[in-house]
Design a protein around this ligand. Sequence first.
Ligand SMILES: Nc1ncnc2c1ncn2[C@@H]1O[C@H](COP(=O)(O)OP(=O)(O)OP(=O)(O)O)[C@@H](O)[C@H]1O
Length: 248
Amino acid sequence: MTAHAAPTPGPTPDAGTQPLLDVRDLNAFYGQSHVLHGVNLHVNPGEVVSLIGRNGAGKTTTLKSIMGVLRSRTGQITLGGHDITRLPSHRVAARGVAWVPEERAILATLSVKENLELPPARRGGWSTERTYEAFPVLRERGHHPGSKLSGGEQQMLATLRVLRSAPTLLLLDEPSEGLAPVIVQAIGRMIETLRAEGMSILLVEQNLNFATRLADRHYVFVDGEIVDELSRAEAHTRRGDLLNHLSV
Ligand SMILES: Nc1ncnc2c1ncn2[C@@H]1O[C@H](COP(=O)(O)OP(=O)(O)OP(=O)(O)O)[C@@H](O)[C@H]1O
């Protein structure tokens, strides 16, 4: 940690507010390779929080660790005060965590509608009809193979389909990556809609404009550590620092 800028004291949860997600002293490993070093972060109910950092800094590994996809880790992860550290990923999902991976995981041989209806529907989750109303292109392409959608349409499908399961926490890995500005704006509006409905979101992003427009707080990752935590206002006044952390 000493090699990097010292973390500034960032905003902490309001007194009396229990974080929805609380990650303590997370260390993660790929075989012998130790890639996360004592990560501490939290997401409050209804908050949008971003993880910012260069390629390879450990952002995706953090999401995989929370989701229980990467099992080789130490530390503690709680959701709504319950320890989920040792739960397999399907049980983490059943507790209300939904992960939209960077590669979007659209099944090419299934139709758009079949892809949409893959996650288990739960009470309070989005119906197929509601999804079509939110993004009518999916209705128009309902019977096309998933592979025929554009990158932006795939991102919309990948994000909207997990809402069927009525998650309380959404883990979004680089939703704007490789997409045209108009679809990035549409994804931004969707995230704002979900926030307005009370969803908590942990967002991995390298698009600084996108992240700073949407997120209430930001954690900066360098080499598997969090080296800074910024409020929404600080992300604007200290934009130069953030750009330095993202430049190669
Ligand atoms: N399956 C894997 N096996 C071994 N090492 C891995 C694996 N996945 C990631 N790593 C390594 O772990 C470190 C953190 O990677 P991670 O994918 O979490 O970074 P990131 O910040 O999400 O960046 P990116 O945007 O490139 O995915 C990197 O050094 C990466 O090379």
